[in-house]
Ligand binder design. Structure first.
Ligand code: SAH
Length: 348
């Protein structure tokens, strides 16, 4: 019998299971607190649980705990990139960023990705599998424990497309924000999507207070198609409309991510067209000079081009920031840590 993944369960599900083992319901509260509040890495840490129950749990359940394979620390800004191994040997990466407003962890939602964005390293080898809620949670738990500091913000912007793993993502968010668990504020969670329209609509209906970030990266359908195959399925205006709806239903301001690629989408005319495309949406644009990936030949625009682009958008009254590059000295683009590691393993 496959062991049960109890870290993916809410307190009610845990209680039902413990009662089925003949335990009292209050045990669920204790064990839930060990898992999600104290973030125990093993059943043995649960000191107020009887030996018998611990044995029962060990025999029938798994306490999914990621194994830290490597960590790289930036000397410039304290950013830390973690590579974790899952129980089946797959690897995922997560990043801790230290900001004035608190510590933020960027997590992966899938091992690999099937979206195929042209500039992204995470998708080069396709999707391996979805991560479970417990595997998403444990990236945050392990990092908070390793850093010895409270993590206050979580961004789902690592490897994978979160809205391609919708059910698990939702469970993860509910557990992460549970007041009896780590209790991260919904407002401090950002989910980034390449634009899976039906699931953006579903997410809007959940009425969560999380921030939705849309990876737009283009100002026309044609330009977006050249960078993001997902545009074949969902046309750019459909995606932008889904953002408009998300704001209307949740009151949460949208973030548009726009990777600037030299000679592809960085001209002033692109900025003007972008401003027109998103006009009237309560939003914020985050400009990200593209991070070069060695398998592709995309280049970052000159800093002066980036600034021009920002100024142009601002002239249209749009809120813009240029993303501060964190951990410049420790690695390249998203997904490169995991990919670099598996390639080096392959060479051995
Ligand atoms: N699948 C989700 C989340 C993961 S990617 C999404 O598409 O939003 C997180 C962000 O990093 C996205 O905006 C993605 O387009 C961007 N990104 C990926 N590779 C990049 C690169 N090489 N340079 C700059 N941004 C990149």
């Amino acid at each position: 019998m496959e062991k049960k993944d109890i870290k993916s369960w809410n307190q009610k599900e845990l209680e039902e299971y413990l009662v089925s083992l003949g335990e009292k319901p209050f045990r669920a509260k204790q064990i839930y607190s060990w898992i999600h509040e104290k973030q125990a890495a093993s059943f043995d840490e649960m000191t107020n649980i009887s030996k018998k129950l611990k044995e029962d749990l060990k025999n029938t359940c798994r306490l999914v705990t990621l194994r830290q394979v490597t960590v790289q620390r930036s000397k410039v800004d304290g950013t830390e990139k973690y590579l974790f191994a899952l129980d089946d040997g797959n690897m995922v990466e997560s990043v801790l960023m230290r900001y004035h407003h608190g510590n933020s962890v960027c997590i992966s939602s899938q091992a690999g990705c099937r979206m195929g964005c042209r500039f992204c390293a995470s998708t080069l080898d396709g999707l391996v599998r979805n991560l479970t809620p417990s595997e998403m949670l444990d990236q945050v738990y392990r990092i908070q424990r390793a850093a010895g500091q409270r993590v206050s913000h979580v961004v789902v912007m690592g490897t994978g497309e979160p809205l391609d793993n919708y059910e698990n993502l939702l469970k993860f968010i509910r557990l992460l924000t549970d007041e009896k668990g780590m209790h991260i504020s919904q407002r401090n969670i950002t989910v980034s999507t390449c634009g899976i329209v039906p699931n953006m609509a579903r997410l809007a209906e959940e009425k969560l207070q999380i921030t939705l970030a849309l990876s737009l990266h283009a100002s026309s359908q044609e330009q977006r198609l050249a960078l993001m195959p997902v545009a074949k399925k969902y046309e750019i205006h459909q995606v932008v409309d889904a953002c408009r709806d998300y704001f209307q239903k949740t009151g949460r301001r949208i973030t548009f991510e726009y990777s600037l690629v030299a000679g592809v989408n960085d001209r002033e005319a692109d900025a003007a067209r972008l401003a027109e495309l998103i006009a009237g949406i309560n939003c914020h644009v985050n400009l990200i000079p593209v991070n070069p990936v060695k398998e592709r030949n995309y280049r970052q625009p000159e800093p002066r081009m980036v600034l021009n682009f920002k100024n142009k958008l601002e002239k249209y009254g749009i809120n813009v920031t240029i993303r501060r590059e964190m951990g410049r000295d420790i690695d390249g683009a998203c997904g490169q840590l995991r990919k670099g590691f598996s390639e080096r393993q392959g060479e051995v």
